[in-house]
Ligand binder design. Structure first.
Ligand code: CDV
Length: 308
């Protein structure tokens, strides 16, 4: 019997700085209900889906910073999301800022199954941006300041009758992200993102933001023979325009469903996990064709070192 998962890429429009968690959770629940009506099994929400994208502001008051983080998951405000998902029998991927009991801060995603149980947790590996205040930027990108580096790396989980993996935003630009999961047999990678249209260090990339988004996710899907579900928090958030372009990509590299606007919107596709096999067993049969003896530099060296 075919292994089918019907997935919703549950894009969110902007979240204002003073929007309450409860208000945001209502929007997430509306997405769950619509996804159920559309026959979905799994709903993928964006990165940091419970608040505005707070790393755009330089803050020094730790209490203010911590107000954007969740101390428990589910917590009092997110419990209704878990309850409704379980009532509907829907699984979901959710990105949020995690504050651990030890006081560590992570940019995190979880995978929750149709019974409301957290079956996987991932903490973002590639934290982009900068650590110090850079007042010359139109807006900040202080992920390196507010988040600790990952202690999970890229894992995969047996869930939804397949092998699923998670990544977050900037991870999608790095081929290593997909390949580390590809080497664990991943069949579907879920990832949420917050991507400003404007890239302060390289404004010449701005017109290519949507193209680069699609390029990296399609390449990752094809080169690893897996589905990729990429989901934006989009639109103009606190004056900063962010790309949409949420999409579901088949192991062929072809986008099979995509959002059209930059507000709350679903893109839905029925994904056949067995479609991965024709890529994993032929062109990208890793066991037959990879040449890891020639890839040592990838883990030995961090930055490029041109010859003298
Ligand atoms: N949230 C992100 O990781 N955003 C980055 C921006 C800074 C470029 C991204 O790769 O989309």
């Amino acid at each position: 019997m075919a292994r089918l998962i019907t997935v919703a890429a549950a894009q969110l429009g902007p979240i204002a700085r003073n929007d309450s968690r409860s208000r945001v959770v209502e929007r997430l629940i509306a997405h769950l209900r619509e996804s159920k009506r559309m026959g979905c099994d799994l709903v993928v929400f964006p990165e940091l889906a419970l608040t505005t994208f707070f790393p755009r502001w330089y803050m020094t008051d730790q209490a203010e910073i911590d107000s954007f983080f969740e101390r428990s998951m589910p917590g009092p405000e997110t419990q209704p999301l878990f309850d409704e998902a379980r009532r509907l029998g829907l699984g979901f991927y959710l990105g949020y800022a995690e504050l651990t009991p030890e006081g560590r801060h992570f940019n995190t995603s979880i995978l929750v199954d149709g019974d409301g149980l957290i079956v996987g947790k991932y903490r973002k590996v590639h934290l982009p941006g900068h650590r110090e205040h850079e007042p010359s930027r139109r807006f900040q990108h202080l992920e390196k300041r507010y988040f600790d580096p990952s202690d999970t790396g890229f894992r995969v989980w047996r869930a939804f009758n397949g092998i699923l993996g998670m990544a977050i935003c900037n991870d999608r630009r790095w081929s290593e992200t997909y390949r580390v999961m590809g080497l664990q047999g991943v069949e579907m990678i879920m990832l949420g993102y917050n991507t400003p249209v404007h890239n302060p260090p390289a404004p010449d990339h701005d017109d290519l933001s949507l193209f680069h988004n699609q390029l990296v996710m399609q390449a990752g899907a094809y080169q690893n023979g897996c589905w990729v579900v990429g989901v934006a928090k989009a639109g103009s958030e606190e004056g900063v325009p962010m790309i949409g372009g949420s999409q579901i990509i088949a192991p062929s590299g072809v986008t099979v469903a995509a959002t059209r606007g930059d507000g709350d919107e679903l893109a839905v596709a029925c994904c056949d996990l067995d479609a991965c096999a024709s890529y994993k067993n032929t062109t990208f049969n890793f066991a037959v064709h990879r040449m890891p003896q020639h890839y040592g530099l990838i883990v030995e060296r961090k930055g490029a070192e041109p010859p003298p």
